[in-house]
Design a protein around this ligand. Sequence first.
Ligand SMILES: Cc1cc2nc3c(=O)[nH]c(=O)nc-3n(C[C@H](O)[C@H](O)[C@H](O)COP(=O)(O)OP(=O)(O)OC[C@H]3O[C@@H](n4cnc5c(N)ncnc54)[C@H](O)[C@@H]3O)c2cc1C
Length: 415
Amino acid sequence: MRRYSAFAIAREAARYHTGWERAWTSPVPKKKYDVIIVGAGGHGLATAYYLGKNFGITNVAVIEKGWLGGGNTGRNTTIIRSNYLEDDSAALFEKARSLYETLSQDLNYNVMFSPRGVLMLAQTEHEVRGWKRTAQANAYQGVETEYVDAKRVKELCPIMNIEGPRYPVLGALWQARGGTARHDAVAWGYARACSDMGMDIIQKCEVTGVTSEGGKVTGVETTKGAIGCDKLGIVVAGHSGVLAEMAGFRLPVESMALQALVSEPIKPCMDVVVMANTVHGYMSQSDKGEMVIGGGTDGFLNYTQRGSFHHIEETIRALIETFPMVSRLKMLRQWGGIVDMTGDRSPIISPTPLGNCFINCGWGTGGFKAIPGSGWAMADMMAKGTPGPLAKGFGLERFREGRFIDESVAAGVAH
Ligand SMILES: Cc1cc2nc3c(=O)[nH]c(=O)nc-3n(C[C@H](O)[C@H](O)[C@H](O)COP(=O)(O)OP(=O)(O)OC[C@H]3O[C@@H](n4cnc5c(N)ncnc54)[C@H](O)[C@@H]3O)c2cc1C
């Protein structure tokens, strides 16, 4: 595939943009692949990409029931940070964040990574103590974060009201190299690079069954027929439980909708990401000028991908005290995605009870930021057959052993 460059843009402009190649192909599935990945979200595509890039495994199909990036990857609020509390999480999320720094160059696709900084507000004494503890842990883990006071918060985000009557801002955990990226571009960039390596991305093809023999996976049944494989990766976020059932095992994962909304575009007014866990909302400004606003999950298990009115009301009500200007904004769109929640709010990157079948799920409300690191760790595990250093803490057995990686504080509000 020809490289994207300033020269290519000039060349195509001169010939009325008639020479661009398709970014990825839509092939008919082969009878058999070395590896099948189910789910063309960011995590599935990144797994395929690093299988090819790091291990030279390119006889790979990524099978997607809808369109690539149409799941949570194209529905999230794109916050990227790595200031987690536990060592296993900090290592994995920091690997992902550092890969994001050079992802555009690596994929030759502009993923618009914007390390604009992430503020996680402390609005209670409990949060002050919590964030100070996380900052201390991050210092030991080699993750650059700092605890900043309310005055510094106001400097970093002047539109914020730090003297709210109920929840004044007392300080924040600040990660200057955190930020955002363009979610669709992450999926498209990985897809293009996978296609360029000769992998097949098969869209509009639902996996309806998993076949096995002698305790090992042999392939999948799909709406486009049976397809064989030596190794299978299940990377389907909110549908992980459904796929696990097809493969004959159960997962400690619950699926529910998480919602977000965006406002009309306004002039640039905020160049950091702010998460307010106590009032339960978070906000950033997109490059188009829209205020991107996220709230919490639905309070019941479900598979819907829709928004609902009470969420707008709750989320905006939560944010108004901290960002009074929100009350004057008109909202443009609202949507939901099906997130896969584990009890300890940490992901699962693991072999499964079915031989040569691996699973990557449980990213819940915060997996966009992890995509490159997760794909890296999953590819390593699938190529070698056992979890490597990044994945080994995230095995399924931790739920049986009670060895949780408890990130419910770091991920409490999500993202
Ligand atoms: C509203 C919202 C806001 C969020 N905000 C953030 C944020 O700010 N920062 C952050 O880090 N994370 C955030 N997240 C979480 C993040 O989006 C997810 O953790 C991440 O995108 C999961 O990626 P994935 O590739 O695992 O899943 P997905 O992108 O959902 O991909 C899974 C794919 O599997 C496909 N699939 C399912 N079943 C089958 C089948 N039977 N056959 C074939 N294909 C199948 C689906 O169609 C889907 O495309 C947010 C999520 C939501 C919903």
